[in-house]
Design a protein around this ligand. Structure first.
Ligand code: FE2
Length: 197
């Protein structure tokens, strides 16, 4: 089985250490709220310095936000992704179907939560701004529908995401915010030019 890992490909010891930490946490079979807290702590360490992400996994696209796979657990228990926002780029409204943790490596992003109501979808509170070095968590139990955007119109932002599944292969949903109609999608991963496992 091919295990895609930027840690192996680019010799990033910070990412290797993070993956080791994740394996240690998952071996403890913690309840999800405790696990999420621990994953966020680990992720906070990873994004506390910005000198380890290989350039190939930090490249923006002129039109689309990029989701580069940094590590896929061979048992699909978790995946680690770099999310690269070009200026002003944003996701559709979407869910995840699994737990997630986000750590801001470079720049800032905005996350607007949405909630399902009988009439469709409504915004759930004000957008949350995630600043460099900060983390946030997502859980299905707490409601995991949101829309994320680069907080900046004039520069790239990058966040590191950890999910409780191989997120690029996970069946989940995008929503029409006007009608609330959900459509199934599988996001896949962006191609990493010039890097081979
Ligand atoms: Fe998301």
């Amino acid at each position: 089985m091919q295990t895609t890992s930027a840690a192996q490909g680019a010799g990033s010891t910070e990412l290797e250490r993070f993956i080791e930490g994740m394996n240690g946490l998952l071996a403890r079979e913690l309840d999800e709220p405790v696990l999420l807290q621990q994953v966020a702590n680990l992720l906070k360490g990873l994004v506390s310095r910005d000198d380890w992400l290989p350039e190939a996994f930090a490249r923006p696209h002129p039109r689309f936000y990029q989701q580069y796979l940094l590590h896929a657990d061979p048992l699909a228990r978790f995946s680690v992704v770099s999310f690269v926002w070009g200026p002003g780029q944003e996701t559709p409204v979407h869910d995840h179907g699994v737990w997630g943790a986000i750590g801001m490596l470079r720049g800032e992003e905005l996350s607007q939560c949405w909630r399902q109501v009988p009439q469709g979808l409504v915004m759930d509170g004000p957008p949350r701004r995630l600043r460099t070095g900060q983390t946030m968590v997502l859980s299905v139990a707490a409601g995991d529908i949101h829309q994320v955007s680069n907080a900046f119109e004039d520069r790239v932002s990058i966040s590191i995401h950890v999910y409780g599944a191989d997120i690029g292969r996970q069946r989940r949903h995008v929503f029409d915010p006007g009608t609330g109609v959900a459509k199934e999608f599988v996001s896949g991963y962006a191609d990493v030019a010039g890097w081979r496992a």
